[in-house]
Design a protein around this ligand. Structure first.
Ligand code: SF4
Length: 210
């Protein structure tokens, strides 16, 4: 049976990487799924803001950036806890108007986001969830990741889910706030606290303004 996709169109508020973070106590790994399009417009018969996932190939082809007016078709995600977007399997993507937002003086950084390899190489620091919503929604360096936590690696079916916000941007950004440390539940009630040194190590290779 073919499921009918939902048509949508609207203005791009932002384009950010679409990444899933898997945590197992003090271990973490990333799945680079593509990009998240934050759209203000119409989906089906609803007018609202929504998040649509696309692959890296679609982003490389269309070079989406904040301000563009675009349209497409998609499906609701089958496993919302594993995705930072609400819709995916996007097709019939089309740019209606190439009118990028004036980048002005950053922050936030607007324009076309880098490829996913660059994001991986840059590394990230935790970003306060409220700062992300207040200051970083439009920035190409902001990212809300879907997080899957394996509580007991001897019993991997035991999992928990949440989302976490991160910054891949310059360490000197004046909007940046780290927020509370992230705590990861483990077996027998143990907790791993991800302290600042993890972020420092992940971004050590970058200068302050890089
Ligand atoms: S804190 Fe990070 S995501 Fe937010 S504006 Fe600055 S560089 Fe962008």
């Amino acid at each position: 049976m073919t499921i009918k996709k939902i048509s949508w169109r609207g203005n791009l508020v932002s384009v950010q990487p679409r990444i899933r973070l898997t945590r197992s106590f003090d271990q973490r790994s990333h799945s680079y799924l593509g990009y998240s399009l934050h759209v203000a417009g119409t989906i089906g018969d609803q007018e609202k803001e929504f998040l649509v996932g696309i692959g890296k190939g679609a982003q490389a082809k269309h070079k989406f950036q904040a301000g563009y007016r675009i349209e497409g078709e998609c499906l609701p995600v089958a496993a919302p806890r594993l995705e930072s977007v609400e819709f995916y399997k996007t097709s019939k993507l089309n740019v209606l108007e190439r009118s990028p937002l004036n980048p002005g003086t950053p922050p936030p950084w607007l324009g076309i986001p880098d490829d996913l390899v660059t994001y991986r190489q840059r590394g990230h620091r935790r970003l306060d969830a409220r700062t992300y919503v207040a200051k970083c929604l439009a920035c190409i360096w902001g990212c809300r990741m879907a997080v899957e936590m394996i509580i007991d690696h001897w019993n991997p079916s035991q999992r928990k889910y949440r989302s976490e916000t991160f910054c891949f941007g310059p360490k000197s950004c004046r909007f940046y706030r780290a927020g509370p440390t992230r705590k990861v539940p483990g077996r027998r009630g143990m907790i791993w606290e991800e302290l600042d040194w993890v972020d420092d190590e992940d971004t050590l290779h970058r200068e302050l303004d890089e």
